[in-house]
Design a protein around this ligand. Structure first.
Ligand SMILES: C[S@@+](CC[C@H](N)C(=O)[O-])C[C@H]1O[C@@H](n2cnc3c(N)ncnc32)[C@H](O)[C@@H]1O
Length: 314
């Protein structure tokens, strides 16, 4: 493992931040592209250069985070319409308070964006207008129930991208100790920038889900959201074994599946070389109980997503 210390300064009017970033590279890659630390520095600088200033009052953030609970009694279609109504207020608020897409609170903005972006999606065979935030919110709820009974559970986001899930998780489940890793420099750099004002995360590092450089059972729960899909069926099998090895209690995976996929979705998965059937892989893993396997309430058309909750047999 290589540990790099990168000095990184951000000065803003309200907060003087002079932060040193210690980043562990646990990818074991000999590819020159992945060992070019200038690239990482450049990615950090780039992400920071578009860092705008966009302050949302805490009450607004609290309001945003309360939305899933607020509508929990509704069925998915009612939720969709209720949220559409609510989103008008959210959009108005965002416009009044700044709308830089890469703002200091870009994750707030991102959560706004996913809550407010209308996209065509299918529900019960009908094309609807909906919100693709729900699968993420469902992911968080699944992680939370798997952590039930564990005090200050440790949670790892495998393939954390720009950090949105970690952010949403931390804001809604502050008792959790959250870490994440990512393969690419640029995404990890954006993740650092997105979370730089937050102190909730335990560790962010560069890592490879097909070879996680961590001891067995390092985290209570490991999760991934649309990461294993990209690896193809054979590598997803390797990755799932790794995820299962590193977790103590279990894993939550939100990934597409060939089951119930439409002809177009099946074609798309094949064309992109996606992993098609994670459920089949779980059957090969010893001591693995599939606790839940269900389609997201609202589908990410055309990337049908299924939630798999895996628990370790005691
Ligand atoms: C579709 S994005 C999802 C990002 C994030 N999980 C989310 O929900 O926003 C897929 C991510 O998987 C990462 N990834 C792909 N292969 C990986 C690997 N072998 N190890 C770790 N991350 C990987 C990509 O760099 C990318 O950020």
């Amino acid at each position: 493992m290589i540990i790099k210390e990168i000095k990184f300064d951000i000065v803003c009017d309200e907060i003087n931040l002079n932060k040193k970033i210690n980043i562990a590279d646990r990818r074991q890659s000999s590819h020159p592209e992945y060992n070019n630390w200038d690239n990482f520095q450049k990615s950090l600088d780039k992400a920071a250069s578009v860092l705008g200033y966009c302050y949302y009052p805490k009450s607004f953030n609290d309001y945003l985070m309360s939305l899933p609970g607020k509508f929990s009694y509704l069925n998915p279609i009612e939720k969709t319409f209720k949220i559409l109504g609510d989103c008008k207020g959210i959009i108005k608020f965002a416009h009044q308070h700044g709308k830089s897409t890469f703002s200091r609170y870009s994750d707030d903005y991102e959560s706004l964006r996913i809550l407010t972006t209308a996209q065509p999606l299918k529900h019960n065979g009908k094309i609807m207008i909906g919100k693709n935030a729900w699968p993420r919110i469902e992911l968080i709820e699944h992680i939370s129930s798997l952590c039930n009974g564990i005090q200050n559970p440790t949670v790892l986001d495998a393939g954390c991208g720009t950090g949105l899930n970690m952010y949403l998780l931390a804001k809604s489940k502050p008792e959790m100790q959250i870490s994440g890793f990512e393969y690419t420099h640029s995404r990890m750099a954006s993740c650092f920038i997105n979370l730089i004002y937050e102190s909730f995360y335990e560790e962010l590092f560069l890592g490879d889900v097909t070879k996680i450089d961590l001891p067995d059972e390092s985290y209570d729960v490991v999760f991934s959201n649309h990461v294993l899909e990209q690896l193809g069926q054979a590598n997803a099998e390797v990755a799932l074994k790794e995820v299962f090895r590193v977790c103590k209690k279990g894993a939550v995976l939100c990934e597409p599946s060939i089951h119930n996929a439409t002809a177009y979705e099946k074609w798309r998965m094949t064309k992109l070389g996606y992993c098609r059937d994670l459920l089949a892989i779980t059957k090969k893993i010893p001591n693995c109980i599939v606790k839940e396997y269900k389609e997201d309430t609202i589908r990410y058309y055309p990337n049908t997503s299924y939630t798999l909750v895996l628990e370790k047999k005691l």
